[in-house]
Write a protein that binds this ligand. Structure first.
Ligand code: RP5
Length: 156
């Protein structure tokens, strides 16, 4: 069980921290790599091609004109999840649209702006198809979410 998280800049690191924690909680091995589709295009492609064989899912986080998820998807057959980062004048709307509007034939699964936990959970759900132990952990996670809502107290 191995997830590669690629971020476009070190400034994206805090955004992906919750994904790293959640994946580790589920016993998934995680590697975080800083590589940019625009600033280090060759190194990005070299990395994706070299690591693809052992990766189950890629999580790719980028802000602004976020080309990173699409470029990663173009160089691997493994599932790619795009995580738009809130940055710059458009506060993540630009990254969201860049990531979600992939051309036909080249899908990237897109989560909400800054929604790192959802990126991790989606990766875990994909991996649960292959690793049954993750399914049980997901069931428990869902149950804990359910209990949190049902036990919530409203103080007016
Ligand atoms: C994107 O541009 C990165 O993913 C980051 O979200 C944004 C700003 O990058 P820095 O200027 O902080 O390196 O490529």
């Amino acid at each position: 069980m191995f997830v590669s998280i690629i971020i476009g800049s070190t400034s994206d690191l805090d955004v992906v921290r919750p994904a790293v924690s959640l994946l580790k909680e589920f016993g998934v091995e995680v590697e975080v790599k800083v590589l940019s589709a625009h600033r280090t295009p060759k190194e990005l492609v070299d990395y994706v091609e070299s690591v693809s064989g052992k990766v189950d899912v890629f999580i790719t986080a980028a802000g602004l004109a976020a080309a990173l998820p699409g470029v990663v998807a173009a160089h691997t057959l493994k599932p790619v999840i795009g995580l738009p980062v809130r940055a710059g004048a458009l506060q993540g709307i630009d990254a969201l649209l860049s990531i979600v509007q992939m051309p036909p034939g080249m899908p990237v699964a897109t989560v909400g702006i800054g929604k790192a936990k959802n990126a991790a959970l989606l990766a875990i759900e994909i991996m649960a198809l292959k690793y049954p132990e993750l399914e049980e952990k997901l069931r428990k996670y869902r149950q804990s979410q359910r209990e949190k809502v049902l036990n919530a107290e409203v103080n007016l």
